[in-house]
Design a protein around this ligand. Structure first.
Ligand SMILES: Nc1ncnc2c1ncn2[C@@H]1O[C@H](COP(=O)(O)OP(=O)(O)OP(=O)(O)O)[C@@H](O)[C@H]1O
Ligand SMILES: [Mg+2]
Length: 238
C-alpha cells in the first residue's frame, strides 16, 4: 500500500525553484531510499513533504489524504516523523531524559512504557541510558535521535543523511538499525542519503534525484546495479 505520495510536485524556497514535477511514492513496510548528489534537492523533498519548503504546485498525499497545505506540527501528529539532516540531541541530558523529552506530546502516563519499548529496540541505548548524550559516539547519538523520533510511534520515519560523517563501522551500525526497524517492527522508512551505495543495498525502492528531477525510480538494487549508475548519478546521462 502506498503510504506517502507526491503528484506533479514543484517546490522550493520562496521564489527559488528546486524540485520539478516530482512523482514519488513510499510504500508501507518498505525502506524507500532517495539518493543524489549534493544540492540535488533531497532535503527539499523531505521539507516539501513536511510542509517546510514552499510548494509551488502539485500535491502531497498521506494515507490517501491530501496533506499539501497541512502545517508541519499537524503532520507530525498524523504520524510523519522527520529527523532533519543535522538532527540533534540535548547533549547535557541523559539518553533516558532525551527519550522522555521526545515524548512530550504523548499522554504522560504512556511515556515511561514507550521509553522501555525504545530501549528494547536499541539494547545499546539501554546500556547507555544514564549517559549524557553529549558523551555518545556519533553512531550512538544517531541511534538516540532515531529512538527519539520513534517515541510517538510514527507511521513513517523520514531520515536525512543518517550516516554522513560516520566511520564505516558506525555507518553499518546505523543502517543495520534501519533494517531491523523494518524487519522486526514493520516500520516504514524514507531515507535520504548522499552515500548511495550502502543505502541502496538495504533499500526496497530507490529514487535518484539529480538537479531537482527524478532520473530513476524502481527497485533499489537495480538502480545500484545499473551499468551506467555513475553517469546517471552525476547527471551526465538520462
Ligand atoms: N532554506 C533554504 N533556502 C533557500 N535555498 C535553499 C534552502 N535549503 C536549500 N536550498 C537550496 O536548494 C537546493 C537543494 O538543496 P537541498 O538541501 O535540497 O539539497 P540536497 O540534495 O539535500 O543536498 P545535500 O546532499 O548537500 O544535503 C540547493 O541549491 C540549496 O542551496
Ligand atoms: Mg540534504
Amino acid at each position: 500500500m502506498v503510504l506517502l505520495e507526491t503528484k506533479n510536485l514543484y517546490s522550493g524556497y520562496g521564489k527559488l525553484k528546486v524540485l520539478f514535477d516530482i512523482n514519488f511514492q513510499a510504500r508501507e513496510g518498505e525502506i524507500t531510499v532517495v539518493v543524489g548528489p549534493n544540492g540535488a534537492g533531497k532535503t527539499t523533498l523531505l521539507n516539501s513533504i513536511m510542509g517546510i519548503a514552499t510548494i509551488h504546485s502539485g500535491n502531497v498525499y498521506f494515507e490517501g489524504q491530501d496533506v499539501t497545505r497541512i502545517p508541519p506540527y499537524k503532520k507530525a501528529r498524523m504520524g510523519i516523523a522527520y529527523l532533519p539532516q543535522l538532527g540533534n540531541v540535548a547533549a547535557g541530558l541523559s539518553v533516558e531524559e532525551n527519550l522522555k523529552i521526545a515524548g512530550y506530546l504523548m499522554p504522560k502516563d504512556e511515556v515511561p512504557e514507550r521509553v522501555e519499548e525504545i530501549l528494547d529496540m536499541f539494547p545499546k541505548l539501554r546500556e547507555l541510558r544514564k549517559r549524557k548524550a553529549g558523551t555518545l559516539s556519533g553512531g550512538e547519538r544517531r541511534m538516540l535521535a532515531i529512538g527519539m523520533a520513534l517515541m510517538r510511534k510514527p507511521k513513517i520515519l523520514m531520515l536525512d543523511e543518517m550516516t554522513t560523517d560516520l566511520a564505516p563501522i558506525l555507518v553499518k551500525q546505523v543502517l543495520n538499525t534501519v533494517v531491523e526497524l523494518r524487519d522486526e517492527h514493520k516500520q516504514t522508512i524514507l531515507m535520504v542519503e548522499q552515500h548511495a551505495k550502502r543505502a541502496l543495498e538495504i533499500g526496497d525502492r530507490g529514487y535518484l534525484l539529480v538537479s531537482g528531477e527524478i532520473r530513476y525510480e524502481g527497485n533499489a538494487k537495480e538502480l545500484l546495479e545499473h551499468p551506467q549508475f555513475a553517469k546517471l548519478y552525476l547527471g551526465i546521462i538520462r
